[in-house]
Write a protein that binds this ligand. Sequence first.
Ligand SMILES: N[C@@H](CCC(=O)N[C@@H](CS)C(=O)NCC(=O)O)C(=O)O
Length: 238
Amino acid sequence: MKLYNAWYCPFAQRAWMALVHKGIDFECIEVDPYNKTDWWVKTSRGAELVPVVVQVNADGSGETTIVESNRILEFLEDFAPDQNAIFARDPVQRAEQKYWMDQIGIKVTPYLYRFLKVSGAGEQRDEAREKLIEGLSKLIVAMNVDGPYFNGDSVSAVDIALIPFAYRIDVLLGAYRDFGLPEEGEAWQRYRRWYEAMLRQPAFRKTAFDQDDYERRLVEHYYPYSLGEGQVDVTKVS
Ligand SMILES: N[C@@H](CCC(=O)N[C@@H](CS)C(=O)NCC(=O)O)C(=O)O
């Protein structure tokens, strides 16, 4: 299996983490998704975004290309269901996990980027901050009370979908917006326990801290975003 990856990309980190967590053999190919060569447009099946996963068909009839990070997590689970499952077997629980994965894209990620990209202080920035806190609060309420992970004592696809963004909320908004999430109250303490448990996960470490100078390079990479530049569509609510 091949993963087309960009080291800084939180969506790609989801796919990368899931591959590592599930112990699937893969080749990681670093690309620049913003460089729209014919090769990249074709390789990404016209999506032009990382992550992209390519798998040789079992019947020898060529290859299949899977795009969209959440779809890739679902594919990886179907591909290796018995290796560290990240989705529940029960269809109702599984539907619930997918619902929360979608909610991350609706209630959290657009506001992380909006908060980072609104360059001047003011109403727009306040609104992005409030919406981000509100979105995360909704997720926390749905988290298993005993944790430490979203669905209880083992890592699920919801954890993998959220942690790349939770880390960027911490590091990028800390660096560029002097922002920290609330700490008071049982719910935010639960979030903190979840966050710390996820940072210790081998799959997170492998896809983040194992790279030289990761945090500094990540902050530097997002400097244009902090000035209101960078990718445009990520601030849209899907
Ligand atoms: N909805 C996509 C988003 C992926 C995405 O936005 N990736 C960015 C890098 S973080 C990208 O490839 N951008 C290239 C571009 O916008 O041209 C997913 O979940 O996989």
